[in-house]
Write a protein that binds this ligand. Structure first.
Ligand SMILES: [Zn+2]
Length: 71
């Protein structure tokens, strides 16, 4: 799968940078104690999954690209 430029540009940016125009909210990730780890976004353009980490994410407070979220 080839991610689009908009997704590539967001990877490694601080999580304070807003999602780009083709990203659609797709839920959140949380730890068993319900602390939020990230917001999940799916790109309508290229289909990439993007993760907007909180301070509890890995890496913290940063955008990363990943596979589909586990169920
Ligand atoms: Zn994309």
């Amino acid at each position: 799968m080839q991610a689009c430029d908009l997704c590539h540009l967001l990877v490694g940016e601080p999580a304070s940078v807003p999602p780009h125009e083709n990203l659609q909210a797709s839920g959140i990730g949380a730890m068993p104690n319900r602390c939020k780890v990230d917001s999940r976004w799916r790109c309508a353009g290229c289909g990439a999954w993007m993760y907007q980490s909180t301070a509890l994410g890995e890496p913290p407070n940063m955008w990363r690209m990943g596979g589909p979220p586990p169920r």
